[in-house]
Design a protein around this ligand. Sequence first.
Ligand SMILES: Nc1ncnc2c1ncn2[C@@H]1O[C@H](COP(=O)(O)OP(=O)(O)OP(=O)(O)O)[C@@H](O)[C@H]1O
Length: 181
Amino acid sequence: MELGQMVWFDIGIGYPIPGEIVHSSGKSMQIRSSVDGKIHKIRDSSGVKVRHDAVEDGIDDMIQLRDLHEGSLLMNLKQRYEKSQIYTYTGSILVAVNPYKMFDIYGIEMVKQYEGQLIGHLPPHLFAIGSGAYARMSKNNENQVVVISGESGAGKTESTKLIMQYLAAVNKSANNTVTEQ
Ligand SMILES: Nc1ncnc2c1ncn2[C@@H]1O[C@H](COP(=O)(O)OP(=O)(O)OP(=O)(O)O)[C@@H](O)[C@H]1O
């Protein structure tokens, strides 16, 4: 591998981290971590792997990642989070990173944008999950379930409220009591 090559390498934390080769001689290498800029000396480079998805902004559906491991998922979420993109798909699953501050992305304009849209047509958003469930319920006349899971403080309650807000806003039935309920 040549100098400047973007790679995944192991520093013994359980998953590989991304970096750039800055020095190489025989089997040993120096790699600058893309996480914190620190230089790591690697004695045996046999575990160093080429990084294919070195795009600055990350990818909005992680199914498209070419390097798939815990390190690549975390890096992708981190890159998006740093650009205030708190939502990312993995296929039809939405991954949310709690920003602990309210972004202006849940208003009526956003509801209108996502209403009737299939998952994947617009950038990842909680409302796309609401829209998909609502569309399948109306079309197939079947109850739908949205599973929201995460550790304590991850944002499950907040996400539930936001999805309910979306469903209340798009429900056109005459006796719409979703908000009251
Ligand atoms: N989408 C969001 N935007 C902004 N802030 C959020 C969002 N989701 C969560 N938060 C913030 O994080 C805090 C914790 O979220 P929440 O109560 O939903 O977590 P939880 O997963 O339900 O936790 P627990 O399992 O402990 O009940 C909220 O009080 C809120 O301040």
